[in-house]
Design a protein around this ligand. Structure first.
Ligand code: NAD
Length: 293
């Protein structure tokens, strides 16, 4: 069992750190918000008051923070401290370029870095069924595998540093576009007189099927667990989808890739969030489609 320092005990990091503690690891945690520390402490995580303190004596450090600037800030704090953990795993969603820069900082200090973003949302973090997509060396991946396991349904090595973030950005760009085109098709079907159930029964068994329909259907009653059945409480919020689309668009620009549908999706989620819908599940974009004329 490993000595793990976990930084960022929020909606995702709180349950993830609890699952590591439940698996028998020695988990120390830090969050700038005292309530997050208290909640993690109640779940078996030993709370500390700073990044430097929590990392003291830890073999592995896991970060689950809102953005790349914060990841870099805490990584620098830990690298400046006395004891530097040998393996850094960042599960936050950040830019590919940021992950590669932070990896250089860590490797210059003689430790290993993996970017290991996740999909599966808060429900997956609670159930220990996240999908981890990991970038970094094979040696670091092999070392991290047993650490990630108690939090995971799958752990996939995607190649060099930054590739975890790269595949996450690509996946979520596909997802956003699919959720929008599905909404357009459902609204078109409504206006042609089609019942939601008939639409679902055919499309979910046909070539137009997707996770957006079979799990996240944006109309009530066809998939009982989808956010549309409870006023679009997330799930995966529109604000987080917009964040991920912006990261994908930054990578598209850096690589000179024309991702036209991704760009339209980013514009549409941008407008949806600007109108105050950031807290709704991203499948609520169907409301925007209904209002278009
Ligand atoms: P969150 O805001 O609930 O949690 C982030 C935590 O980091 C907060 O508790 C905050 O207080 C803490 N924090 C901020 N600065 C800190 C610092 N300097 N030191 C220590 N703690 C600090 O966010 P979340 O939903 O848990 O998301 C975390 C990351 O996971 C994000 O990068 C997000 O994009 C990604 N993600 C989220 C989901 C989801 O469904 N929520 C799904 C996949 C990926």
């Amino acid at each position: 069992m490993a000595k793990i320092a976990f930084l960022g005990l929020g909606n995702m990091g709180g349950p993830m750190s609890a699952n590591l503690a439940n698996a028998g690891h020695e988990v120390a945690g830090f969050d700038v918000v005292p309530e997050a520390r208290d909640k993690a402490a109640a779940a078996g995580v030993t709370p500390f008051e700073s990044a430097a303190e929590v990392a003291k004596g830890a073999e592995v450090i896991i970060t689950m923070l809102p953005n790349g600037a914060l990841v870099e800030q805490v990584v620098r704090e830990v690298l400046d401290a006395e004891d530097v953990p040998r393996l850094f795993i960042d599960s936050s969603t950040i830019a590919v370029a940021e992950a590669r820069e932070i990896a250089s900082l860590v490797e210059d200090a003689g430790s290993r870095f993996l970017d290991a973003p996740v999909s599966g949302g808060v429900a997956g973090s609670q159930a220990g069924t996240l999908a981890f997509m990991v970038g970094g060396s094979k040696e670091a991946f092999d070392e991290a595998h047993s650490i990630l396991e108690p939090m995971a349904k799958s752990v996939t090595h995607c190649g060099a540093t930054g590739n975890g973030q790269a595949v996450k950005a690509c996946n979520n760009m596909i997802l956003a576009v699919q959720q929008i085109v599905l909404a357009e098709a459902i609204v078109l079907g409504e206006r042609l007189g089609l019942e939601h159930q008939a639409f679902y029964d055919v499309v979910s068994n046909a070539t137009g099927n997707s996770w957006s329909l079979s799990v996240n259907a944006p109309v009530p009653d066809v998939v009982p667990t989808s956010p549309a059945n409870h006023d679009f409480a997330p799930g995966f919020s529109s604000a987080l989808m917009l964040k991920d689309l912006k990261l994908a668009m930054a990578s598209a620009e850096e690589t000179g890739t024309d991702t036209e549908l991704g760009r339209i999706a980013a514009q549409q989620y941008g407008a949806f969030v600007d109108e105050g819908n950031g807290g709704l599940d991203f499948s609520a974009i169907i409301n925007e489609v209904r209002n278009r004329r």
